[in-house]
Design a protein around this ligand. Structure first.
Ligand code: F6R
Length: 617
């Protein structure tokens, strides 16, 4: 949450900062600001007058950009921020950058300073003046207090004083040739290029300028000059860390002709799932050395515990079913935000798996730390190389879906599901839970999944049409059973987050225990009802809601004639095996939610109140 970008080099930085913020807007978009170091020579021969110009505005980046166009702010060193408000409303005054009393220091921050009240009182008592309601504003004042000629040292002192999380970046007119940064939990990376150096929350911010990155780790500080990036450990000792080359390109981070990132990312799924299988599933053989488990360890597994939030949690629910069914290992799935508060058991032979596309979700990170403190070995499944979760886990499986910019997860979800299938299969084969025939059949079906997803995408217009007829309804129920249930939960989550319509995902058989009371002519019931082992059951459930006058939209297997008479709208999926309907059925639901939101005129890439990486509890 919140996006940070900074540049120092030999180019004017205004456009670099604004461009970088636009690519980070998925991290927060309620206000934005930039600060640029400006050097003016007032008299010939005299030393330049150096100041920091700040432009900030409430609302999306384009509001701030409009302001920035009005003022002449040229300089080669600057910092920028796009905010997701935690402390203080999303107003201009609370927008970052924040400054100290003298106006010489400017700071941007992503995270929460938990002891800011206490620090603010102390600083106020010693004469510092505050103007915003934010926790961040204590940071420039602390730097002002600690600065005695070395900005990095002041930052290192500040780190010893604050509690909470943060990626912090600062600059000062007293040290005009440098930008300093620090990291406690919230992500921070340095980008290295011939024309200058960068700091950012995430790689897409600066991918158009460089693909060479260095990850800043927790409790490290960093000093950026135009031609050097220096990283220091907690004790202030210089660390030698070479940059790595990102295999993401700027094309991945652009809309490439699509109306929205969300739509682009939905359409990228055939490629995304192939990438997730690449190297792991070749010619009918599974290779999964990355799991870091040998056959004996897999045979000895007593339990798998999976933790995740939101959409990733729904991928975990599919993982539970396939690992139990194919590998015969009991699987427990927890919300990351609950796990550490429930005194969880971690035993011998347990495998602990964390699923998170961003690798930065604070609840998931906290759950990992809790599990590790109880002796668990942690395996992470994430999309972001070098993310905090990746670094704090014992092994990492990367989903390789490419950068996901739209706030709501689409292609990273289907890639996570693929990893779940591959894990279930791999464990199943080694433990003998799966016969050779079943194993072969599942692998054949998996190979066909990208084409079957493509088949659904080719018929996106059918879903657009159904959305056009139904978008005015006020209540949506998504019903599924077994492998259709995670899809139902995910379908409802997609719809509520981008269209703000009330939607529930529910096990179809549970309807009569309460939610059926919601059903009337104003309700749309979306039934995920492929012809699987529970088909007859869900068909009865659909008839029950049909009898209560709900509008029925059924997602069915190609050629299924029996459900037609109960449905007002239908979408046919290509046929596959029961387990793989879990991945196929989410594609029409993503498109359906997308088109409903578009009919309602919503901003699908940046829905209100949300952010891409949830780095606050
Ligand atoms: C929904 C969505 C969120 C995330 C959740 C977890 O579209 O994106 O529900 O799934 O915030 O995020 P990660 O997977 O990054 O831990």
């Amino acid at each position: 949450m919140c996006g940070i970008v900074a540049y120092i080099g030999n180019r004017n930085c205004k456009d670099i900062l604004i461009g970088g913020l636009k690519r980070l807007e998925y991290r927060g978009y309620d206000s934005a600001g930039i600060a640029i170091m400006v050097s003016k020579c007032l008299k010939k021969g005299s030393s330049p007058d150096i100041s920091i110009e700040v432009v900030k505005e409430a609302g999306k980046i384009k509001e701030m950009e409009g302001q920035a166009k009005e003022v002449k702010v040229d300089g080669k060193c600057g910092i920028g921020h796009t905010r997701w408000a935690t402390h203080g409303e999303p107003t201009k005054i609370n927008a970052h950058p924040h400054r100290d009393c003298s106006g010489k220091i400017a700071v941007i921050h992503n995270g929460i300073i938990e002891n800011f009240e206490e620090l603010k009182s102390e600083l106020k008592a010693s004469g510092h003046r505050f103007i915003s309601d934010t926790d961040t504003e204590v940071l420039p004042h602390l730097l002002e207090k600690y600065y005695d000629g070395d900005l990095l040292l002041a930052m290192q002192r500040l780190m010893g004083k604050i509690k909470g999380s943060g990626a912090i970046v600062a600059m000062s007119t007293d040290s005009p040739g440098e930008i300093v940064g620090a990291r406690i939990t919230s992500p921070l990376i340095a980008g290295v290029s011939r024309d200058g150096n960068f700091l950012a929350s995430d790689m897409p911010a600066v991918l158009e300028h460089t693909r060479n990155f260095i990850v800043i780790n927790d409790f490290e500080t960093v000093r950026l000059t135009a031609n050097k990036v220096e990283i220091f450990d907690k004790e202030g000792k210089l660390i030698n860390r070479e940059p790595f080359k990102a295999n993401w390109s700027i094309k991945n981070a652009e809309k490439s002709g699509y109306e929205d990132f969300m739509l682009k990312e939905i359409f990228e799924q055939p490629y995304g799932v192939k990438e997730s299988m690449r190297g792991r599933l070749t010619n009918g053989q599974l290779h999964f050395d990355e799991l870091g488990l040998d056959s004996e360890q897999i045979k000895d597994l007593k339990k798998v515990q999976i933790i995740a939030c939101g959409t990733s949690y729904h991928a975990a629910l599919i993982g539970k079913q396939v690992i139990e069914k194919w590998a015969k290992i009991p699987v427990e799935v927890d919300f990351s935000s609950e796990y550490r508060y429930r005194d969880p058991l971690v035993g011998e032979g347990y495998l602990f798996v964390a699923i998170t596309q961003s690798g930065e979700t604070i609840d998931t990170l906290a759950a990992i730390r809790e599990a590790r403190s109880r002796g668990a070995k942690v395996m992470a499944i994430t999309n972001v190389v070098g993310s905090t979760v990746a670094r704090e886990s014992d092994s990492v499986i990367y989903t390789h879906a490419g950068p996901e910019i739209g706030v709501c997860a689409t292609k990273t979800f289907t890639s996570q599901i693929i990893i779940m299938y591959l894990m279930g299969l791999y464990f199943g084969k080694i433990r003998g839970g799966l016969g050779i025939e079943d194993y072969g059949k599942i692998i054949d079906e998996l190979h066909m999944i990208p084409n079957k997803i493509q088949n659904i995408l080719n018929r996106a217009d059918e879903l657009k049409e159904i959305a056009r007829h139904t978008f005015k309804h006020k209540c949506f129920l998504f019903l599924g059973r077994i492998f259709g249930l995670p899809a139902a939960l995910e379908g409802a989550l997609k719809l509520k987050e981008i269209s703000y319509i009330h939607a529930e995902g529910y096990p179809a058989g549970e309807m009569k225990h309460g939610p059926i009371a919601l059903t009337d002519t104003r309700t749309v019931v979306v039934g995920i009802m492929p012809e699987d082992s529970v088909y007859d059951k869900i068909l009865s459930n659909i008839q029950e809601v049909k009898a209560r006058k709900a509008t029925i939209f059924s997602i069915i297997s190609e050629g299924d004639g029996s459900s037609k008479k109960y449905a007002d709208y239908l979408f046919e999926m290509p046929r596959t095996i029961e387990e793989l309907y879990g991945i196929l059925s989410i594609i029409p639901l993503q498109l359906y939610s997308y088109y409903i939101a578009k009919n309602l005129g919503k901003d699908v890439d940046q829905p209100r109140n949300l952010a891409k990486s949830v780095t606050v509890e």
